[in-house]
Design a protein around this ligand. Structure first.
Ligand SMILES: [Fe+2]
Ligand SMILES: [Fe+2]
Length: 357
């Protein structure tokens, strides 16, 4: 892996756009509960950043009939690296387009993962400069820690659901120089892969969509760096009726501390405690988990990752979350995927759609 010429050409995950059918409530979730700052409102979108995010925004919430991921953008390690990574994709006949239309960022190469996820690469990113009232006394901090909710420090990672994990993994390895730090196999089939371009255990993960769907978002994660914050956040979410899916606990895979919740628009959000295992060894090999050890892999402390959601629900979802849970209530290992015949062709949308902003 260490002889891949693309290695280290991607620096990190810079930003993600989430779609929400309830944009006001979604923005409220990220500002009131997670302490994120709004840096701009424009049309049907709101741009947000956490207090240690270095750029103008790391999260864009855009009003849409369905939840899901608009796009995710990775920042390269140089302008030349951006050209090389785009060329690698183009040379492999992957359709891509150049654009320069996002607030706070420059020239961007947009393409799709083998499963259809919208991905972007960019180099030019405008640094956030805090106004005097938000300047931090801590020089590495882009803005003051807010007195609001339990504030997250920064965007952390992205987890994509895919019909074919291996194809997505190989695309990240070949074209973006990611290394796969850990994976899960069920016999010969890869059902999960955790990939990184730096010392973190993962910037991007990919898990198999047990419903056979394509191109969905599993979750977007934000970083606390402190496990206790996950416990405190669980209390906050319980008190204020934000739906908790699982946690707080620690994964065996990545050793990351997790808490999964559903933001009001229906997207799954992970709060990430400690960063987990750091990959300092440049010659480290991919570590493989077998299904026989999956309980340790998923949650060391025994937290239940529910089959009716964790392994089946991603966004956009053909069913709203409560109806998805009803439909998949009896789904589990070896069970057949419930019929989705009664589901209309158009994706179901929640009845109360926010007024927009
Ligand atoms: Fe995650
Ligand atoms: Fe996780």
């Amino acid at each position: 892996m260490s002889d891949n010429p693309a290695r280290h050409e991607i620096a990190h995950l810079a930003r993600v756009e989430l779609f929400s059918p309830k944009p006001d409530e979604t923005v409220d979730f990220f500002t009131r509960f997670l302490g994120m700052y709004i840096t701009k409102r424009e049309g049907q979108s709101v741009y947000l950043r956490a207090y240690e995010d270095p750029y103008q925004w790391s999260l864009k919430v855009t009003e849409s009939p369905t939840a899901g991921m608009g796009h995710a953008a990775l920042r390269t390690s140089s302008a030349d690296a951006l050209e090389r990574r785009a060329k690698s994709l183009i040379d492999a006949n992957i359709d891509g387009t150049w654009s320069e239309d996002q607030f706070g960022y420059g020239k961007t190469f947009e393409y799709r993962s083998p499963d259809g996820h919208n991905l972007s690469l960019l180099w030019e990113a405008e640094k956030y400069v805090a106004p005097p009232e938000l300047e931090s006394k801590i020089v590495t901090r882009a803005s003051k820690k807010p007195l609001q909710g339990i504030p997250v420090k920064r965007i952390d990672h992205l987890n994509l659901m895919a019909s074919d994990v291996t194809a997505v993994k190989e695309s990240f390895e070949r074209h973006l120089g990611f290394r796969t730090t850990e994976r899960v196999v069920d016999g010969e089939v890869e059902i999960g892969a955790w990939m990184s371009s730096n010392i973190l255990g993962h910037e991007v993960a990919c898990m198999r969509d047990m419903t056979g769907g394509r191109g969905k978002l599993h979750h977007l994660a934000f970083y606390y760096g402190t496990g206790q914050h996950n416990v405190d956040a669980a209390e906050m979410f319980r008190e204020y009726d934000i739906q908790i899916e699982a946690g707080p606990d620690r994964h065996g895979i990545t050793q990351g501390q997790f808490l999964y919740v559903f933001e009001p628009g229906g997207n799954r959000i992970e709060l990430f405690g400690e960063a987990g295992y750091l990959h300092l060894d440049p010659a480290a090999e991919t570590q493989t988990w077998q299904m026989s050890d999956i309980d340790t892999g998923l949650a060391i402390g025994g937290a239940k990752l529910p089959w009716e959601t964790y392994f089946t629900y991603g966004t956009p979802s053909p069913l709203a979350l409560d109806h998805h849970i009803e439909r998949f209530a009896h789904f589990g290992p070896g069970a057949e995927v419930p019929s989705t015949e009664p589901v209309p062709d158009v994706v179901e949308t929640p009845q109360t759609v926010g007024a927009g902003s």
